[in-house]
Write a protein that binds this ligand. Structure first.
Ligand SMILES: Cc1cc2nc3c(=O)[nH]c(=O)nc-3n(C[C@H](O)[C@H](O)[C@H](O)COP(=O)(O)OP(=O)(O)OC[C@H]3O[C@@H](n4cnc5c(N)ncnc54)[C@H](O)[C@@H]3O)c2cc1C
Length: 518
């Protein structure tokens, strides 16, 4: 490259957690790395913010739980970042035969969980089915997880290496909805299982895309356990930034890449402000749709984002109609209107152009596991945070009148939640000095505007299975999942194969692909 520019070994576009992971691995290996981020703030979908200025509470604004981040990345990079286990896996309130109760599932199976299943279904059949099903998946997770940080394999090779053909068949070949209907008989239990297939994925239970979402929700780090990021999601970004800069990564904020050229010798990018940078290779850690546009290529079709994210600060936890202590109910994932049939109905309704009613959603309370995101004063006063994730609210429903539809969706979320609360949620939201209540709502369109997620897709693009599509012949070239048709350009963000979620896997793998070139 000419023009007297410094030539970097690699330019990373996008300072989300994957971009920072990629940059850190490369810099640790001695590479000259420049990272360009559009915004002043790094982290993309992994930021913590103080959304309510009256209160010293730093909430994970977008992503909120961690499962997929391999311990190996934390160790390799020397990150001082911990995740904490939740004692409760989930609670699903229900009203049946005139009675308010709930299905409480502990993180480690116990008698309380068994009796909760018995009260719901009248027998032990469903709890046996649960243990068998998740026991099988746990075995697959243990064997599959280590492959995520290695070069990709063909489906047949990976399948034979894992040695669990029936479980493989159930998770990769048969639509997950069919598997769930076959293995479980209670609509509520089926729904609790199904939610993992639908988070951030706007499809029916019978679409194989749901299997991909399901798989990534259950194999994280070999356990599939969803854990609480200590200090909030922003704590991960803070650590990644420390490691990246201490290893010499140059970071330029407010540097949105608006042009990209590539030639035999490398790449040249230009930012919105007109600054140009050159490098041998480019790791693109923002959405692949943006890369396609920059390269003048056709943008591949992808599902649109379909979730409503609501962040709340409470003066205290609300009591529940079922009488369960709120500390237990909100200690894990709290499912509302997520029966299997409700989820399918909600999908059909949203396809038909309406925000689902009742709205399926799930909630979790960060501060029950980790109060450190609140000031001492708020902890003393008994404040808590709640994170609400509403399903099947696709971007297209918001296009016509974004603010009005958001207000409708917000009200439907409140109504859904209040069905099961003794204290309506509005009565426990912290009051703000401008007269509002401490509730922040993000639609898929907001996610696109705020952090450039295409149509609000939380995984950037459709998830892929963690193996090569076709049985490719063994070649000398190992593929890591971020390769493009340009030998100097790699995908390093959630849109790479095996990316998606807070994992750092895409960043790691793109860095490995580049280092393998020498
Ligand atoms: C509401 C919500 C809840 C979620 N919940 C969870 C969860 O609990 N657990 C979980 O594992 N996952 C969750 N996810 C998904 C997960 O957060 C993302 O998949 C992941 O964080 C993506 O990380 P990334 O680094 O690949 O990309 P991003 O975080 O999207 O970062 C990309 C960065 O690139 C920057 N950028 C974009 N274009 C340019 C450009 N042209 N030039 C320079 N910079 C650019 C952006 O500003 C951004 O900072 C959630 C996501 C959302 C939105």
């Amino acid at each position: 490259m000419k023009n007297g520019h410094k030539i970097y070994d690699a330019i990373i576009v996008g300072g989300g957690h994957n971009g920072l992971v990629a940059a850190s691995y490369l810099a640790k290996a001695g590479k000259q790395v420049l990272l360009l981020e559009s915004h002043e703030e790094l982290g993309g979908a992994t930021t913590s913010v103080r959304p309510f200025p009256d209160y010293d509470a730093r909430l994970s604004r977008y992503s909120y739980l961690v499962s997929l981040l391999p311990d190996q990345i934390v160790t390799d990079l020397g990150l001082h970042f911990r995740t904490l286990s939740r004692a409760v896996s989930s609670y699903t309130p229900y009203h049946r035969e005139g009675r308010d109760d709930g299905l409480l599932i502990a993180t480690s199976w116990d008698e309380q969980t068994a009796s909760s299943f018995r009260r719901l279904t009248g027998t032990d059949r469903e709890s046996r089915a649960w243990q068998e099903f998740y026991g099988e998946i746990a075995e697959l997770a243990k064997r599959l997880a280590p492959s995520m940080l290695k070069p990709l394999q063909s489906a047949s090779k990976l399948k034979s290496e894992l040695g669990l053909p029936e479980i493989w068949h159930n998770l990769m070949d048969v639509p997950i909805g069919e598997v769930i209907r076959d293995r479980f008989s209670d609509d509520l239990v089926r729904g609790v299982v199904l939610t993992d297939a639908l988070i951030g994925t706007f499809v029916s239970a019978n679409d194989i895309q749901a299997n991909r979402c399901f798989l990534y929700h259950l194999i994280g780090n070999g356990t599939g356990q969803w854990r609480v990021p200590q200090g909030g999601m922003g704590a991960l970004v803070k650590e990644l930034l420390r490691v990246a800069t201490s290893n010499g990564v140059e970071i330029k904020r407010r540097s949105k890449v608006t042009a990209l050229e590539s030639g035999p010798a490398g790449v040249r990018v230009t930012t919105e402000s007109g600054d140009a940078y050159v490098a041998r290779d480019l790791l693109f850690a923002a959405a692949p749709q943006h890369l396609a546009r920059l390269r003048g290529r056709q943008v591949a079709n992808s599902l649109e984002g379909s979730q409503l994210k609501i962040n709340m600060l409470l003066t205290r936890l609300p009591r529940l109609k079922s009488g369960i202590p709120p500390e237990l109910a909100f200690g894990g994932t709290f499912h509302v209107n997520e029966n299997y049939s409700q989820l399918e109905d909600a999908y059909t309704r949203a396809v038909g152009g309406s925000i689902p009613q009742p709205l399926p959603l799930e909630i979790y309370c960060h501060t029950l596991t980790d109060p450190s995101i609140l000031s001492g004063n708020l902890i003393e006063r008994g404040f808590h945070t709640l994170t609400l994730f509403g399903l099947h609210t696709p971007a297209k429903l918001f296009d016509k009148d974004p603010q009005q539809v958001k207000a409708v969706a917000q009200q439907l979320a409140i109504d859904s939640l209040n069905q099961y609360l003794l204290d309506p949620i509005e009565s426990v939201l912290a009051p703000c000095s401008d007269g509002s209540l401490a509730m922040e709502v993000k639609s898929p369109l907001d996610l696109e505007a705020d952090i450039a997620l295409p149509r609000g897709n939380i995984f950037h693009a459709d998830l892929d299975f963690p193996f090569l599509n076709k049985d490719v012949e063994e070649t000398d070239q190992q593929l890591w999942g971020g390769e493009t048709d340009d030998p100097h350009i790699y995908l390093a963000g959630a849109g790479a194969r095996r990316g998606g979620g807070v994992s750092g896997i895409a960043g790691h793998n793109a860095a490995m692909a580049l280092l393998a070139k020498g």
